[in-house]
Design a binder for this molecule. Structure first.
Ligand code: P6P
Length: 334
């Protein structure tokens, strides 16, 4: 039986991989691991919460129970304040970035972006949801407050990114730019344990993941590519939770698509805290991620915190095929 390697031990061991290994990023990753355990506990109670009638009402101490995504947001902010290594966060749940308190003797060098609970509309029907996060070194002076520019960095500038999937088991997958590793939460010891070392994405897969209901709203080149996936007898898997859909493709190969529609002319998914972190992970695992207008996701210059983008992410050969279809059939010059 393999020796148990906890997330903490793994992070500490790999600290040497990191150019400015001073333990700060280690502290930050551990904070995220703690937040994931706390969120996991509440997500797993969601059904019970409904039975117990706490949802949306007052709980035993008379406090209003926040919705789970608000709860997850608050816990992430709280835990990221613990190590004092993060100077500010940007979250799907907050209109603006949120500065964190500076602890005595600390000069925090990082900012963190996250979607605290991606796919949260699925909670009520027990479909997997997840936390997506990305870590940047701040650009502003460590002795000054954070600025918007600290967040408007390309995905290629990420120093670490990952996600936590609250599914049949709770899995934390992350990368600091030196490969991708997955850790499964062992509830009996309350530790994330290394379960998927050095994840490599298959070059092709049997799955394509897109909201087929929007088919007629997609541009002709995307419809042609989706028809091609169907002609290849690929299997359509789409559960409305990007982190879960991309997770399947990371392990089994395939492609996830969210093209532009009339409702979302620039795509629906958020660049900063959904597409960039997942694209960082997928590229580190040997996959690719581009917009449906063929820009590499990690090269897109963010203009605002909640900027949306189209995306095609997954196995390298399948993304290349999608690019070929767009180049061949696009009515617009690409
Ligand atoms: P649609 C969840 O709300 C989310 O942001 C992603 O997790 C998911 O892939 C997408 O939206 C689903 O969007 O338009 O297909 O319901």
């Amino acid at each position: 039986m393999n020796r148990i390697v906890t997330l903490d031990e793994f992070i500490l061991r790999r600290q040497k991989d990191f150019p400015y290994a001073t333990g700060e990023l280690t502290g930050l990753l551990r904070d995220i691991g703690v937040a994931a355990k706390i969120v996991n506990r509440e997500v797993n109670k969601a059904g019970l919460v409904n039975i117990l009638g706490f949802a949306g009402e007052e709980n035993a101490t008379g406090d209003k129970v926040a919705k789970l995504d608000i709860y997850a947001n608050e816990k992430l902010i709280e835990c990221l304040s613990n190590s004092g290594e993060c100077c500010a966060i940007a979250s799907e749940e907050n209109e603006d970035y949120v500065p964190l308190p500076v602890l005595d003797g600390k000069s925090p060098k990082y900012v963190v972006v996250f979607d605290p609970l991606d796919g949260s509309s699925n909670i009520d029907v027990n479909v997997p949801v997840g936390t997506i996060f990305g870590i940047y070194r701040r650009k502003s002076n460590a002795s000054e407050p954070a600025t918007l520019e600290d967040f408007l960095q390309r995905g290629s500038q990420l120093v670490a990114a990952g996600y936590v999937l609250y599914g049949t088991s709770t899995l934390l997958v992350y990368s600091t730019g030196h490969g991708v590793n997955g850790f499964t939460l062992d509830p009996t010891i309350g530790e994330f344990c290394l379960s998927h070392p050095d994840i490599q994405m298959p070059k092709r897969g049997r799955y394509y993941s897109v909201n087929q209901g929007y088919y007629l709203k997609f541009d002709v080149e995307m419809r042609r590519y989706i028809d091609h996936c169907s002609d290849l007898n690929l299997r359509l898997r789409y559960i409305g939770s990007m982190v879960a859909d991309v997770h399947r493709i990371l392990f089994q190969g395939g492609i996830f698509l969210y093209p532009n529609t009339r409702k979302y002319p620039h795509g629906k998914l958020r660049l900063l805290y959904e597409c960039n972190p997942l694209s960082f992970i997928v590229e580190q695992a040997g996959g690719k991620a581009v917009s449906c207008q063929l820009a590499r996701i990690l090269d897109i210059e963010p203009r605002d915190l909640h900027q949306r983008t189209t995306i095609a992410i997954g196995s390298a050969e399948m993304v290349d095929e999608m690019v070929d279809f767009v180049q061949r059939y696009s009515a617009l010059p690409v």
